[in-house]
Design a protein around this ligand. Structure first.
Ligand code: B12
Length: 148
């Protein structure tokens, strides 16, 4: 499997621990990860996705300003003719908002999936595998019973 994923913390946000854990979990699951680190601009995400022919872009935001930082992000992606799956996760709103409302807001902004700060990295990995149609290598499929 060689799916490439761009990962980073958007805007002026400097919270690094979450993406470090995500990076390790994604790599252990077999993804190629380009970690842009903290305080990454929309432009840096788009350029990295384009330069690395990425399948997915994972945006992290913890400090409560994700909505402002992501305004116009999907327009920028479309303008670059990129076809990527986009996820966002973390503490996306200020304070203890109703997460279903937060999810709705970011889905309307164009993100394919929206995750809260309680998300286990494995949850995001399973979602990515499903969205990118990642199948286990043939060697791991051997011996499985296939029912028709
Ligand atoms: C450590 C910390 C800091 C450190 C960061 C050090 C560093 N370099 O990383 C310091 C002290 C610098 C800091 C600063 C600030 N912080 Co701070 N910080 C925290 C704290 C205590 C822990 C964050 C952390 O590392 N968690 C551990 C990791 C493993 O969890 P995580 O980051 O949530 O990531 C997981 C999930 O969220 C999820 N996830 C994250 N991103 C994504 C993306 C995708 C696609 C997916 C699928 C999943 C996913 O998966 C990750 C792994 O499991 C949190 C409170 C908390 N308990 O969460 C506040 C917190 C995030 N900080 C907060 C704030 C307000 C700030 C400041 C604005 C404070 C200030 N006024 O200066 C500044 C912002 C500075 C900046 N420019 O970013 C608030 C945000 C409030 C909000 N969103 O409503 C929090 C929630 C504290 C609070 N309760 O008020 N902070």
């Amino acid at each position: 499997m060689t799916e490439t994923v761009i990962l980073g913390v958007i805007g002026s946000d400097a919270h690094v621990v979450g993406i470090t854990i995500l990076e390790q979990a994604l790599e252990a699951a077999g993804f190629d990860v380009v970690n842009l680190g903290v305080q990454s601009s929309q432009e840096e995400f788009v350029e990295a996705a384009s330069a690395n022919d990425a399948e997915a872009v994972l945006v992290s935001s913890l400090y409560g300003h994700a909505k402002q930082d992501c305004e116009g992000f999907h327009q920028r992606i479309a303008d670059s003719d990129l076809e990527v799956t986009t996820y966002i996760g973390g503490n996306l709103a200020v304070g203890q908002d109703d997460f279903e409302q937060t999810r709705k807001t970011f889905r309307e902004m164009g993100f394919d999936r929206v995750f809260d700060s309680e998300t286990d990295p494995e949850e995001a990995i399973e979602a990515l595998k499903a969205d990118l149609d990642v199948r286990p290598p043939e060697s791991e499929r051997e011996g499985r019973t296939v029912s028709v």
